[in-house]
Ligand binder design. Structure first.
Ligand SMILES: Cc1cc2nc3c(=O)[nH]c(=O)nc-3n(C[C@H](O)[C@H](O)[C@H](O)COP(=O)(O)OP(=O)(O)OC[C@H]3O[C@@H](n4cnc5c(N)ncnc54)[C@H](O)[C@@H]3O)c2cc1C
Length: 412
């Protein structure tokens, strides 16, 4: 295993901003083979999640199999040997090397590389992305702005002024009224303009209380210019800030830089996708034999623990590898048309799902109807991954001829 960081934990190692915690109830955020009953809160703090992941890795003796501080800089399928060639580099010593693998699990995360719009370069005060918190700056008494397009504002960042471009939340009108009885402007700002559940539903006990604090303010007008330490928004407001915190999301496409991933036939897979990833069950990719994505495109959940998805995907991959070993196959690859059909089906179902809707409905029953479509869509992805295990197994167990002509994979 190759790991860029000095320790395990990924998201939970590197995200250390104040109040960092799970944003979905944590009860399900553990592996089935290592259930954790010890989380102290329903939304567990980052430190507890990190401790759980590292302790689990220790229990299963994973640490001594990892090369830390080692970046995989590209992966290439070598047709003549039916192997993946991984080029790695140690980021401390700059030592480089090649590793040959029969099978690759590619689990480089999605919410990892900060997305920092170039416009913010112009800010002259201290600034950083929320995923790379600068603990050396003391924020006491400082004027702090948060540019937020994610859910971070819901967590306990109670001492900030907030430039909040996209608000992602759900509460009842009554609750808003109860919280802000004398502030109709804030109530209006906090009323979603889109349907319930068309964005992730994020629960928080701190969101409203943060915005009610006398030293916080919420600005929803887009930022139009940054000059020195001054931020101007389209409503003409200018604010001078000491520190700017960018909660501006992540760049998931950076997982596959140009030239990084060369599959069968010398095909550069990301280029071949042409902006539209063709992936089967978030795992299999045409032209990438024996290559398993973990948390590949279309396999996120909105309100469940990702650990469950990872486990299902890994189980699926292990079954495929077992099958290859039993049948003495050197490689196995999803067919292009099967991956395309799967992707099209997901796209069609998404069209009917609540995630593509924008307007607030008038009737509550519409909300319920939409919620069930959303549940169906997410369920479909999970079922597809689970379901295909059975299908593939029966296909894999059929005759060699039948497999080659009649199922989803090509074999060698
Ligand atoms: C603030 C925050 C809150 C979240 N809350 C929840 C939640 O409540 N519930 C939930 O289910 N999910 C949550 N998530 C999603 C979370 O990212 C996943 O649950 C999970 O931690 C992802 O694990 P991963 O191993 O796939 O990716 P990561 O944790 O990103 O790990 C990927 C690893 O790959 C390594 N790597 C990447 N590229 C290379 C390379 N080229 N060479 C070597 N190593 C490499 C990285 O160093 C990293 O350690 C949250 C995410 C964030 C940012």
């Amino acid at each position: 295993m190759f790991e860029l960081q000095p320790d395990l934990g990924g998201t939970w190692l590197t995200s250390t901003y104040p109040g960092c915690q799970s944003d979905a109830p944590i009860h399900l955020y553990s592996y089935s083979f290592a259930p954790n009953y010890n989380f102290s809160k329903k939304f567990a703090p980052q430190s507890e999640i990190l401790a759980y992941l590292q302790a689990t890795a220790k229990t299963y003796n994973i640490y001594d199999k990892i090369r830390f501080r080692t970046r995989v800089s590209n992966v290439r399928w070598d047709e003549s040997h039916n192997k993946w060639i991984l080029h790695w580099i140690n980021i401390d010593t700059e030592e480089e090397g090649i590793y040959e693998a029969d099978v690759v699990f590619h689990a480089t995360g999605v919410l990892r590389v900060p997305n920092i719009p170039k416009e913010f370069d112009a800010f002259k005060g201290d600034k950083w992305h929320s995923a790379k918190w600068n603990h050396s700056v003391d924020l006491t008494g400082k004027r702090v702005g948060v540019v937020d397009t994610t859910i971070l504002l819901y967590q306990k960042m109670a001492w900030y002024s907030a430039f909040h471009r996209v608000v992602v939340y759900f509460v009842t009108w009554f609750y808003r009224f109860q919280q802000f009885p004398f502030n109709s402007e804030l109530r209006e700002k906090l009323t979603p303009k889109y349907e319930l559940a068309s964005r992730r539903i994020v629960l928080s006990d701190h969101f409203f209380s943060t915005l009610k604090m006398p030293h916080t303010s919420l600005h929803q007008s887009p930022i139009t210019s940054i000059n020195g330490n001054t931020i101007e928004t389209s409503d003409g407001t200018k604010r001078e800030l000491d520190v700017l915190i960018l909660a501006t999301g992540f760049d998931s496409s950076s997982n596959f830089p140009d030239g990084y991933w060369i599959g069968r036939g010398g095909i550069e897979i990301k280029k071949h996708w042409n902006g539209c990833p063709t992936v089967y069950c978030g795992i299999w990719v045409p032209h990438a034999p024996n290559f398993f994505l973990i948390w590949g495109p279309n396999s996120s959940t909105a309100h469940h623990a990702m650990t469950r998805v990872f486990e299902i995907q890994v189980m699926h991959a292990i079954r495929a590898i077992s099958y290859m070993m039993e049948q003495n196959l050197v490689s196995m690859e999803i067919k292009q048309e099967v991956a395309e059909e799967f992707t099209n089906t997901i796209d069609q179902r998404m069209e009917r799902s609540i995630f593509t809707t924008k307007m607030m409905p008038n009737l509550n029953f519409l909300l319920l109807a939409n919620l069930s479509v959303q549940t169906m869509t997410i369920g479909f992805v999970i079922r597809a991954v689970l379901g295909t295990q059975g299908q593939e197994e029966s296909a894999w167990q059929g005759s060699n001829q039948k497999r080659k002509s009649n199922n989803q994979f090509s074999y060698h």
